[in-house]
Ligand binder design. Structure first.
Ligand code: NAP
Ligand code: MG
Length: 416
């Protein structure tokens, strides 16, 4: 137990978390959350990497690679939203170049799968009445349409798939279509290794959260392509069958159209492993179906069990420009706070420090109670039921959470 300014004792951490600071409004929120909701209660042990855009530029983006390597070493990271620079940003920040998306870089190094999970609060009812528990989307982030080769066909002719073996042996050919009129054609691919990593990451997540797992495809049509996904998932599930039984969870493969129909009628509480395009589409449907981007968390899980937590939203640029002009903002910090609690709880779980897990849960409950008591930011005010007339500022919302948390911790509830 460490003492903090002679006041209440703070929790001690065994191993550090990789902290990745970021940009704009979320950077402002980041500092407030640390100062008001974490540091008074936890003697934070962090390995910091500043992914603020000017620092990525200064280090030629080396800081992003170092952060990813640190997650591999320490197992747990928490990341603030960051700007992915486009031409406008290159001018705005006078950058050497348009550095790649930090999330893309980190994902490639960790070979991870991204899971998005909504935070459920009673007074923000989902658009779909049956949803009472979260639906988590696990999206495969490699290949398919996102790494494809396309062609416009403007005259009659034959389009074929040709595979030329590197060893010089005979090529394989399949006819796609004999064109008699103009049209379009596209070639896509995926890799067994990537599909297997995706399956493993989903299994790790489902076992950790003790939620049933779905996987969907269209193997009745794409017998080889989607069939390979289905078969690799079956093999990986087979290997963890005993663990699924022990956790009391199930695995189901279903056709994508069947899965969509069932998801709408289901009460939630499952992980839906989606192929790349399906995950792209479904995660936006699920996010808006559950309410607000400010309530959507995201975690990158690597097949070897490394975890990186973040909010699903971006840097909330528009609010930042307001903030810079000295205007009051009402930015929802919920998903950012849950990124921290996710990382702290995971650290506590890996380190065998249950009091850290309990603190993370107490903070999450304080956030949920704050929202449910009617103290909400602007994004939730209009969709809350009952509606909220007076919404809180960014600072006011975090302050209200801090008060609740102090009461909980002060009363020794769920802590120490
Ligand atoms: P965004 O930051 O997610 O914000 C889009 C809009 O959604 C906001 O203008 C705001 O709407 C609303 N919103 C999002 N999060 C909110 C929150 N916590 N509280 C209240 N409202 C919220 O997306 P963007 O404006 O398209 O992108 C801004 C920057 O973020 C870009 O430079 C992009 O590269 C980056 N980005 C980063 C990540 C990441 O690091 N994971 C992800 C996506 C985007 P109103 O303005 O209507 O209030
Ligand atoms: Mg999308």
């Amino acid at each position: 137990m460490a003492m903090h300014g002679g006041a209440a004792p703070r929790l001690v951490m065994k191993n550090p978390i990789v902290e990745m600071d970021g940009d704009e409004m979320t950077r402002v929120i980041w500092a407030m959350v640390k100062k008001q909701l974490l540091e008074p209660f936890v003697d934070l042990k962090l390995e910091p990497y500043d992914l603020h855009l000017p620092n990525r530029d200064r280090t030629d983006d080396a800081v992003t690679l170092q952060a990813a390597e640190a997650i591999k070493r320490l197992g747990v990271g928490v990341k603030c939203a960051t700007i992915t620079p486009n031409d406008e940003r290159v001018t705005e920040y006078k950058l050497k170049k348009a550095w790649p998306s930090p999330n893309g870089t980190i994902r490639a190094i960790l070979d991870g799968t991204v899971f998005r999970k909504p935070i459920i609060v009673r007074n923000v009812p989902p658009m779909i009445r049956s949803w009472v528990k979260p639906i988590i989307i696990g999206r495969h982030a490699y290949g398919d349409m996102y790494k494809s080769a396309e062609m416009r066909i403007r005259q009659p002719g034959k389009a074929e798939v040709v595979f030329t073996p590197a060893d010089g042996s005979e090529s394989q050919r399949v006819l796609i279509h004999e064109f008699t009129a103009s049209g379009i054609v596209r070639g896509v691919h995926n890799l067994d290794g990537s599909i297997r990593s995706f399956a493993k990451a989903c299994i790790t997540y489902a076992l950790h959260d003790k939620v049933n797992m779905w996987f969907s495809g269209k193997d009745t049509i794409a017998k080889i392509y989607h069939g390979a996904f289905r078969e690799i998932f079956r093999q990986e599930i087979e290997a963890r069958k005993a663990d699924f039984e022990k956790a009391g969870i199930t695995y189901s493969y279903m056709l994508i159209d069947d899965a969509v129909a069932r998801a709408v009628r289901a009460p939630g509480g499952f992980l839906w492993a989606c192929m790349n395009y399906d995950g792209d589409v479904m995660s936006d449907m699920i996010a808006s179906g559950f309410g607000s981007l400010g309530l959507m968390t995201s975690v990158l899980v690597s097949p070897d069990g490394h975890f990186e937590y973040e909010a699903a939203h971006g840097t909330v640029q528009r609010h930042y420009y307001q903030h810079q002009k000295g205007e009051a903002t009402s930015t929802n910090s919920t998903a950012t706070i849950f990124a921290w609690t996710g990382a702290l709880a995971k650290r506590g779980e890996l380190d065998g420090t249950p009091d850290l897990v309990a603190f993370a849960r107490a903070l999450e409950e304080s956030v949920v109670e704050t929202i449910e008591s009617g103290t909400v930011t602007k994004d939730l005010a209009s969709i809350a039921a009952p509606p909220v007339a007076q919404y809180a500022t960014t600072e006011g919302f975090i302050g209200a959470i801090g008060e609740r948390l102090s009461q909980r911790v002060g009363a020794g509830l769920a802590l120490l």
